[in-house]
Design a protein around this ligand. Structure first.
Ligand code: LMR
Length: 399
């Protein structure tokens, strides 16, 4: 049965981590997977998370099954996180939320749910987008197409082309948008541009599917919601996948959510019952631990404050590294201007390195960068900065 099966290619992002781990070069640098690292190069467990875990261990009474959609208290906190307390969609009950295994789980549950009710829809993703978006929607059976987003010549958003494409997408299709910290480019829409996209969505009637994986890594928890709020104001029906992997550092606890917005509470409840069926036949109900951590922290004012300070520190470090990196590339004698890296948002930078340069960096310098040139800026530390800049200088000269 299995004799004829050929090996699948390694994952474009997680496959790099495996290759990095088995690389014997002591100077190796991992700028691949989107995981926060502090100045010492470690991915810390936040102190607020540790405190919450201690509390959970002391007070937990059962490990019985969770509800299919997870703890309703967690769902409510997710809604308040992505929309802000008191939003009309929450008070009217027209948003329903399921705890999913990370943002990826949210995307897949949402995709499977939509395939059932919009079987002929095309899913539109930005060019470029996170490598796994295409994989997830194709695995659910959708045709995936791209709308223009990033212009490699200007290293900025090509908003005119994006708008023109979105204006042609028909009702019943699905458009995936990154709410903040666009992965992989780090190039986001300005507020005014979000308002225009929301207006187009409202007029055209396509369904927005928002990926909100980096809340708090752009400008702040509140400011990063802007695009979501703009879309919610124009589109009564939307799907949102959100994640606590990055902002709480809960990568391995798979703590995300899928939220569905409908026109009213009755339609939301009917749709949500179908989301529960998707979950039940897939993983039955979510693992509790990550959700308990988030619920514990967000329900305790002191822990919440501690967490916000820790989140701000992560964001500030990345912003600082961006400027240091641009300056260090210049100091290394590289003529090319990398100033745009300092203006990109979130964990990633679209470095402008070609695939050949990325291959050179991996093979000759043990510097791991995602194909297409995406760099995890958080992976840059005072210890590897000079080595990295010298390696990039060589890559730019040799390749
Ligand atoms: C990334 O883009 O590196 C992260 O979202 C991790 C992942 O699952 O790919």
């Amino acid at each position: 049965m299995f004799e004829t099966i050929q090996s699948a290619p390694p994952d474009a992002i997680l496959g790099l981590t495996a290759a990095f781990q088995s690389d014997p070069n002591p100077a190796k640098v991992n700028l691949g997977v989107g995981v926060y690292k502090d100045a010492s190069g470690t991915t810390p467990i936040l102190a607020s998370v540790k405190a919450a875990e201690r509390k959970i261990v002391e007070t937990a009474k059962t490990k019985s099954y969770m509800p299919i959609g997870g703890d309703p208290a967690y769902g409510k906190l997710v809604q308040e996180m992505i929309l802000g307390v008191g939003h009309e969609a929450i008070s009217s009950g027209r948003i329903r939320t399921a705890h999913t295994p990370g943002g990826t789980g949210g995307l897949r549950v949402g995709a499977d749910f939509l395939k059932k009710f919009l079987p002929g829809a095309t899913v539109w993703v930005s060019k470029p987008t996170w490598a796994n978006h295409r994989g997830i929607f194709q695995a659910a059976g959708f045709k995936v197409e791209e709308y223009p987003y990033y212009d490699p010549k200007t290293r900025a958003l090509d908003f005119d082309a994006m708008k023109a494409a979105l204006e042609k997408i028909k009702a019943g299709d699905i458009v995936l948008l990154h709410v903040c910290c666009h992965n992989p480019t780090g190039v986001d829409l300005a507020h005014e541009q979000w308002s225009q996209v929301a207006e187009i969505a409202g007029k055209q009637g396509w369904l927005p599917f928002l990926d909100f994986a980096y809340q708090g890594f752009g400008a702040s928890l509140e400011a990063d919601r802007f695009g979501l709020l703009a879309m919610a104001a124009q589109c009564p029906e939307m799907i949102v996948s959100s994640s606590f992997s990055k902002n709480f550092g809960l990568y391995q606890d798979r703590t995300g959510a899928l939220s569905l917005f409908a026109k009213d509470a009755k339609q939301a409840a009917a749709s949500f019952s179908n989301i529960e069926i998707v979950i039940r036949v897939n993983y039955s109900n979510p693992a509790a631990h990550g959700g308990l951590i988030v619920t514990t922290i967000l329900s305790d004012p002191a822990l919440k404050q501690q967490w916000i300070l820790e989140l701000n520190a992560m964001r500030d470090r990345i912003a600082g590294v961006r400027s240091q990196f641009v300056a260090a590339l210049k100091n290394a004698g590289i003529a090319q201007d990398f100033g745009y890296i300092a203006h990109q948002k979130g964990m990633f930078s679209f470095s402008g390195l070609t695939d050949a340069q990325v291959a050179f960096l991996k093979e000759k310098k043990a510097v791991y960068v995602v194909g297409g040139g995406r760099i995890n800026v958080a992976g840059i530390t005072p210890k590897n900065l000079d080595y990295l800049c010298a390696a990039i200088k060589e890559a730019l000269t040799v390749v």
